[in-house]
Design a protein around this ligand. Structure first.
Ligand SMILES: NC(=O)c1ccc[n+]([C@@H]2O[C@H](COP(=O)([O-])OP(=O)(O)OC[C@H]3O[C@@H](n4cnc5c(N)ncnc54)[C@H](O)[C@@H]3O)[C@@H](O)[C@H]2O)c1
Length: 329
C-alpha cells in the first residue's frame, strides 16, 4: 500500500528541503519539522505543513506529529559539523542522539512505526578495508559520528522491541543541487568541499587544502561523492520498500573516490577558471580514504544513480551557487 503522509525532520536544511520537494512533486502530503537553528525558512517548501519545533521539545514534537498523523518519518534533522562536534561533544550527543530518542518515543506514542534515518560514513571512523561494506564495525572517531552510531543502535532496539521498520542510510559526501538550480546547499558556515571551492573561485581566493601527505596517489584525502537527488531517490525507494518490521542499514555513495586535488581540478573545468590552493596541515580525525560499497542499496531497493558524474554534481552546485548569490547579493 502506497504511503501518503510523510513527516520530514530537518526539512529546512539542504537534503531535507530537496527531499520535501521531491515528495510533494510525487503527490505525498508532507509535514516539515525543523527548529531553524541551521536551516532556512525560505528553504521550507510552501506546499508543506510547517511546524517550527525542536526535537528536544518533546511535548511540542508529540503534538506536531499528532496533528499531522504521518505514516512515516524521514529524519534528517541534526547538527552536522565534525569540528564543532569535537569542540562541543555534549551539544552533539544531546541534539542528535537525545533529539532522535525523543522522536522515536513520540512516534511510538502516536503509533507511527516507519522511519528512514540519515546516518553517515562517519560511523565507520577510519575503516579497516576499502570499499567500505555495511558489515564493517561502527567505530566513530568524533562525537558527530558517535551521535549517529548511537542513534542507529537505538533505532535497532526500536525495530526489535517495538516493531518499528527502520532504514539507516549512511551517506558519503553529498553534493550537487536540484538540476534546475533553484535549491541546494546553504550551510552557515559551509564546511563542504565543492561549495567551498565554488566560493573561493567566485571571490578569486585560494581554497584551503588540509594535508598533502596522506597515503593516497596525490597525498590529499580521497572521498566518495553522491548527488543529492540520487540520495533523495533512495529515501523514496526506502519508504515504499519498508514492509518488514526490521532494521536495515545501507551505504549511499558512488563506489568511486576523488582526491581533494581532483575535485579542485574538476571544478576548474566546470567553472572555466584556475583556482589557487593554500596548503594547510592535516586536520585531526580525517581518514585518508572513504569509499562506499553501495551495491546493497541497488540490490535490495533497486537504487540506480541518475547523476553519477562528479562534473554533473559540480555543474548543478554551480548553478545553485550562482542563483543563490544573485538573489542574496
Ligand atoms: N550533507 C552531507 O554531506 C551529509 C553527509 C552525511 C550525513 N548527512 C546527514 O544528513 C542530514 C541532513 O544534512 P544536511 O546537509 O541537510 O544538514 P543541514 O544543516 O542543511 O540540515 C539539518 C536541518 O536540521 C535542523 N535541525 C538541527 N537540529 C534540530 C533539532 N534539534 N530540532 C529540529 N531541527 C533541527 C536544522 O535547522 C537544519 O534545517 C543530517 O542528519 C546529516 O548528519 C549529511
Amino acid at each position: 500500500m502506497k504511503l501518503k503522509k510523510i513527516t520530514v525532520t530537518g526539512g529546512a536544511g539542504y537534503i531535507g528541503s530537496l527531499a520535501t520537494r521531491a515528495l510533494l512533486d510525487r503527490g505525498y502530503e508532507v509535514q516539515v519539522i525543523d527548529n531553524l537553528s541551521r536551516g532556512h525558512q525560505w528553504a521550507v517548501d510552501k506546499r508543506a505543513a510547517f511546524s517550527k519545533c525542536d526535537l528536544l521539545d518533546r511535548a511540542l514534537l508529540s503534538k506536531s506529529l499528532k496533528s499531522f498523523q504521518p505514516e512515516a518519518v524521514i529524519h534528517f534533522a541534526a547538527l552536522i559539523q565534525v569540528n564543532e562536534s569535537v569542540n562541543q561533544p555534549e551539544l552533539y550527543l544531546r541534539n542528535n542522539f537525545e533529539g532522535s530518542r525523543n522522536l522515536l518515543e513520540c512516534m511510538k506514542e502516536n503509533s507511527i512505526s516507519k522511519i528512514v534515518f540519515s546516518s553517515t560514513a562517519a560511523v565507520y571512523g577510519t575503516p579497516e578495508s576499502i570499499p567500505i561494506e555495511e558489515g564493517e564495525p561502527l567505530a566513530p572517531v568524533n562525537p558527530y559520528g558517535e551521535s549517529k552510531a548511537k542513534t542507529e543502535q537505538l533505532l535497532q532496539h526500536y525495530c526489535q522491541n517495538h516493531q518499528f521498520a527502520g532504514t539507516a542510510f549512511r551517506y558519503f559526501n553529498v553534493a550537487g543541487a536540484h538540476p534546475d538550480g533553484t535549491l541546494g546547499e546553504a550551510h552557515e558556515p559551509e564546511t563542504h568541499l565543492i561549495p567551498k571551492i565554488l566560493e573561493a573561485a567566485r571571490r578569486g581566493e585560494p581554497v584551503k587544502v588540509f594535508g598533502n601527505n596522506y597515503p593516497t596517489p596525490d597525498g590529499t584525502c580521497v572521498r566518495d561523492y553522491v548527488h543529492v537527488m540520487d540520495l533523495v531517490d533512495a529515501h523514496l525507494l526506502a519508504l515504499e520498500h519498508q514492509i518488514s518490521r526490521k532494521f536495515e542499514a545501507f551505504n549511499l555513495g558512488s563506489e568511486r573516490g576523488f582526491s581533494v586535488l581532483e575535485v579542485i581540478r574538476a571544478t576548474e573545468k566546470v567553472v572555466g577558471q584556475k583556482i589557487a590552493i593554500e596548503m594547510n596541515e592535516r586536520r585531526a580525525g580525517d581518514p585518508p580514504v572513504l569509499i562506499a560499497q553501495s551495491t546493497k542499496a541497488t540490490r535490495i531497493l533497486g537504487w540506480v544513480r541518475k547523476y553519477p558524474d562528479l562534473s554533473t554534481m559540480i555543474e548543478h552546485a554551480l548553478q545553485w551557487h550562482r542563483s543563490c548569490f544573485k538573489t542574496r547579493a
